[in-house]
Design a protein around this ligand. Structure first.
Ligand code: RIB
Length: 288
């Protein structure tokens, strides 16, 4: 019998090279770093881990190189019980992200795609929810969303990092999860709903999120936490949201879980290591 995954994530996997700084440097400026660490990351891998830790069965569709960084990232898939069968090994270096994290928790990121640039999404497993973002080639994003829609999955796009994309991708997306900057670049909420999205979830960082549908707008409250490092919080929100949608939650219920998961992610350092387990999220939900 063919397995049907709860969530299929098509996306990037990076090794994150992270320096903490008192404040992020401006153009042409050098600032002293206060610490350095390497963490597994990449928007796609973060989202896959977030969905898995929220309780979903997950397949990850991506690509890594034949190098030591790949070994680190593949070990994350194994540890989080994510199916690695759809990860290609490319003749390019595994993706790298150079990340500065300021004492405020804000970051700035440079991504070198490497192997991520070879992701095609030609071969996708069956899944209840298909989730992708914009750190792999856009034709792969379009293929993933179209294939997911045709197979009857819920298709979810996190359009990050911000870049303009058109109907060739957006027409296939049931739910779009941009931040405030990304939604403007995509033409606004009304445009996304007109292209066929049944919901647009605009994430607002520490202010929570707004859920827009044809019926109107509702606000999703944030969870009050003290942020240490916001890296991966948006990915955690999207991955956790998809896990709960696959489990059958209504969108408002799934969004509350996603907001709690995203908030917890900001309280710890690094991308993958900071993504919470379902039990941790439930503690925060019960405290609120
Ligand atoms: O969203 C956070 C992620 O963006 C990091 O893990 C980094 O790899 C970049 O892809």
């Amino acid at each position: 019998m063919t397995a049907v995954f709860d969530v299929c994530v098509v996306g990037s996997a990076n090794l994150d090279l992270v320096a903490t700084v008192a404040r992020l440097p401006g153009p042409g400026e050098t600032v002293p770093g206060t610490s350095y660490a390497e963490y597994p990351g990449g928007k796609g891998l973060n989202q896959a881990v977030a969905a898995a830790r929220a309780g979903a069965s997950v397949a990850f569709v991506g690509a890594v190189g034949a190098d030591a960084a790949a070994t680190t990232l593949l070990s994350v898939l194994a540890a989080d019980h994510i199916d690695p069968s759809y990860v290609g090994i490319a003749a390019l270096a595994t993706g790298r992200a150079l990340i500065g994290v300021a004492s405020s928790g804000e970051n700035s990121i440079i991504v070198v795609a490497g192997a991520n640039g070879t992701v095609t999404a030609d071969d996708l497993p069956a899944a209840r929810v298909v989730l992708t973002q914009l750190e792999v080639p856009l034709p792969a994003v379009a293929r993933a969303m179209a294939a997911g829609r045709r197979a009857g999955a819920i298709t979810v796009l996190n359009p990050a990092p911000a870049q303009p994309i058109g109907a060739e991708i957006l027409q296939w997306c049931d739910i779009v999860v941009p931040n405030e900057h990304e939604v403007e670049l995509l033409g606004g909420v009304a445009h996304l709903l007109a292209l066929g999205a049944r919901a647009v979830v605009v994430t607002l960082g520490a202010d929570g999120a707004d859920l827009h549908t044809a019926e109107g707008t509702t606000h999703v409250d944030a969870f009050a936490v003290t942020p240490l490092d916001t890296t991966g919080a948006g990915d955690t929100f999207s991955g956790a949201l998809c896990a709960r949608l696959a489990a059958g939650d209504d969108l408002p219920v799934a969004l509350r879980f996603a907001a709690a998961a995203g908030a917890l992610c900001t309280t710890r350092a690094g991308a993958v290591p900071s993504i919470p387990l379902r039990a941790e999220v439930e503690v925060l939900l019960n405290e609120a």
